[in-house]
Design a protein around this ligand. Structure first.
Ligand code: AP5
Length: 215
């Protein structure tokens, strides 16, 4: 059966960090809409040009643009046994489009909600660094690289995401509360959501996520 795992939560809660780990453990693709858009922006594709201003402003890319990207990706052969969605859905309309698709595939759906307070996510995002080459995620406080500015895994250069500036972080949080938080009740009512306290250290959070997934 197709297993669809959805990571939901505020910016900086740890969706990308844990989705990458779970993807390796379960051997299913990790699909981050944010990563896909950043790659297009970097390569200056038509899609990249279209979405850049939304990312820079901390606003959501329009639903129909996002759904086209997601549908195209989850239709691929490597997703037939399952996949992890990180950063999608982010609006009720996105959730409805996904649900219709997954119903047709008879998929098993679990939503992992990583819950963390604003002060914590602001601190985490301000100290986040990402590898330009392989996308590995670091944190200058909780997970620093062994060598300053260099990725432990591939030796690539680390950079700070342009939307991790204080004013954009603030806007991303506002967008989250307005557009994405309603999904918490939406999934709670469907009884497929599991809330994880994302304030704990990474190993603990991962352990709890795996427990829920293996239930
Ligand atoms: P996206 O890339 O999805 O950004 P986001 O949702 O704001 O999430 P982040 O990637 O910032 O945080 P995260 O939860 O993955 O945290 P991480 O694991 O890195 O989206 C970017 C933009 O794309 C959006 O603003 C929008 O414009 C557009 N977009 C994307 N999807 C869209 C959609 N569906 N619809 C419309 N627009 C869309 O962790 C953060 C830091 O904390 C790291 O440094 C990490 O090392 C550290 N950390 C993590 N866990 C722990 C822990 N337990 N203890 C200590 N440190 C930790």
């Amino acid at each position: 059966m197709m297993k669809a795992i959805i990571f939901l939560g505020p910016p900086g809660a740890g969706k990308g960090t844990h989705a990458k780990e779970v993807s390796q453990i379960l051997n299913i693709p990790h699909i981050s809409t944010g990563d896909i858009f950043r790659e297009h922006v970097k390569n200056q594709t038509d899609l990249g040009i279209k979405v850049k201003s939304y990312l820079d402003a901390g606003k959501l890319v329009p639903d129909e643009v996002v759904w086209e990207v997601v549908k195209d990706r989850i239709d691929k052969e490597d997703c037939k046994n399952g996949f992890i969605l990180d950063g999608f859905p982010r609006t009720i309309l996105q959730a409805e489009m996904l649900e219709k698709y997954l119903k047709e595939k008879n998929a098993d759906i679990k939503v992992i909600y990583l819950d963390a307070p604003d002060e914590l996510v602001i601190r985490r995002l301000s100290a986040r660094r990402v590898c330009k080459n392989c996308g590995a995620i670091y944190n200058l406080i909780s997970m620093p690289p062994k060598k300053d500015g260099i990725c432990d895994i591939c030796g690539g250069e680390l950079y700070q995401r342009s939307d991790d500036k204080p004013e954009v972080i603030k806007q991303r949080l506002e967008t989250y509360y307005k557009e994405t938080q309603p999904l918490i009740d939406y999934y709670k009512n469907k009884d497929i959501m599991y809330t994880i306290n994302a304030e704990k250290e990474r190993g603990e959070v991962l352990k709890e996520i795996l427990k829920v997934i293996n239930e």
